[in-house]
Design a protein around this ligand. Structure first.
Ligand code: ADP
Length: 407
């Protein structure tokens, strides 16, 4: 079965085509600056062929058409025609409280994705544009929605309710939803298998998964289910991120408005796009740039790096407490997978939780035997793993699973 995975952002469309009988990616591509001047498409096949073109893409529908033309085109095509695509899996950021797992998309699901656009105005509307464009061009194959929030629907009320008047939850749906669920679920499943192979029974699994990329979040996964996630009502709470502030006293927002006279749009932009590593360092949202600057003596870059690691450490402790212990910590995402210094700092002084990095194993780059490297010392009882995340593969697997279950 060939499954196309689609991830539509506000001005981008990412796609990857899998042969799921072999679990092999055939090609992946990216349309950028959709709806803007200078839009372009890039595609790469599993055997290294490449296609790149500047094409006008006024909307997601045109971008999707370009992607499909590239997949079946001469330069880097991998299929003869669109008839070779058997199903489509769509990344959808917000599924509210309605979706605890992936579902086949029908008009009612489309309406729900539209409705939850109120809760995720930056993400669900473009996700929906991707769904509509794909359903229009591929109307005869099933489409499946895979939600970032779904994995976290197992959180207990004491983890997802805020200390606000009850009606704000009951009537307005203001609660922690948690995000990055597809990545957390993928690495948690791999970590569970790892623990199982070492004789630790499922009911004893207490895993903290740390997704450290541009967006960052952590999940407490107890006996296979998410019981807490650092992202909240929106993907702004918790860890320090590339451009997002993470945890903040909410009174700061009032102060910014009342005392500093900032408008709501300006505050929104500051907290989401001008804060985090970028805002603190004044340099960049990319950890590599901060490392370079810190090495050259830039104190603010160094502070941003310290603050980043401190929050991860703090939440590992918090989630160990939430789960009554921890026997595995997983690091993933661009920073988790590539940055040996942050890996060291993020778990520093956590020997009391049985966590200790082995410097000889925490190399750069990591060997990644089948996507996993253990970097803890042999003596430390808590397994410390770096796992390469693969959200696209998870979406493709879910698509096959949902369709098999409903066949
Ligand atoms: P996204 O959340 O957008 O999917 P990624 O998971 O790809 O992002 O992570 C991107 C981040 O990973 C970059 O901003 C950068 O800070 C970090 N990163 C990537 N490679 C390295 C590296 N070699 N060393 C340090 N940081 C890295």
């Amino acid at each position: 079965m060939n499954v196309l995975v689609v991830n539509a952002g506000s001005s981008s469309l990412k796609y990857e085509l899998y042969d799921m009988d072999a679990e092999q990616s055939l090609a992946r591509g990216l349309c950028e600056r959709v709806g803007d001047e200078g839009a372009n498409i890039e595609q790469e096949t599993h055997d290294g062929r490449e296609y790149e073109a500047e094409v006008a893409m006024p909307d997601h529908s045109v971008a999707f058409g370009q992607a499909m033309a590239a997949l079946s085109g001469d330069e880097a095509g991998v299929i003869d025609s669109l008839a070779a695509i058997d199903a489509v899996g769509h990344r959808v950021v917000h599924g509210g409280e309605e979706f605890a797992s992936s579902v086949v998309i029908n008009d009612a699901v489309e309406d729900a994705v539209d409705r939850f656009g109120q809760l995720a105005p930056l993400h669900n509307p473009p996700n929906l544009m991707g769904i509509r464009a794909a359903r229009k061009l591929l109307p005869n194959v099933p489409h499946v929605a895979v939600f970032d929030t779904a994995f976290h629907q197992t959180m207990p009320p004491h983890a997802f309710i805020y200390g606000l008047p009850w009606e704000m939850y009951a009537e307005n749906g203001i609660r922690r939803y948690g995000f990055h669920g597809t990545s957390h679920r993928y690495v948690a499943l791999r970590a569970e298998q790892y623990l199982r192979e070492r004789g630790i029974p499922d009911e004893e699994h207490r895993i903290v998964t740390c997704h450290l990329g541009n967006g960052c979040s952590m999940t407490a996964v107890k006996a296979g289910v998410s019981i807490d996630n650092t992202l909240g009502f929106t993907p702004l709470e918790g860890l320090l991120m590339g451009t997002r502030c993470g945890d903040l006293d909410p009174a700061i927002v009032i102060y910014l408005a009342q005392t500093l006279g900032m408008g709501l749009g300006e505050i929104d932009n500051t907290l989401n796009k001008e804060s985090g590593l970028k805002g603190l360092s004044g340099i960049s949202n990319d950890m590599r740039d901060l490392q370079k600057a810190a090495n050259e003596g830039n104190d603010r870059a160094r502070l941003a790096m310290d603050l980043f690691a401190y929050r991860v450490r703090k939440y590992i402790g918090a989630y160990a407490a939430a789960m009554g212990g921890v026997n595995c910590v997983v690091l993933t995402g661009g920073i988790g997978e590539n940055d040996h210094l942050q890996r060291k700092w993020c778990v520093q002084d956590l020997e009391f939780l049985g966590i200790e990095v082995d410097p000889a194993k925490n190399t750069h780059p990591l060997p990644f035997d089948d996507g996993i490297t253990a970097i803890g010392t042999d003596a430390s009882p808590t397994h410390l793993l770096v796992i390469r995340t693969d959200e696209e593969l998870m979406i493709a697997r879910d698509t096959v699973e949902v369709l098999t279950a409903t066949a």
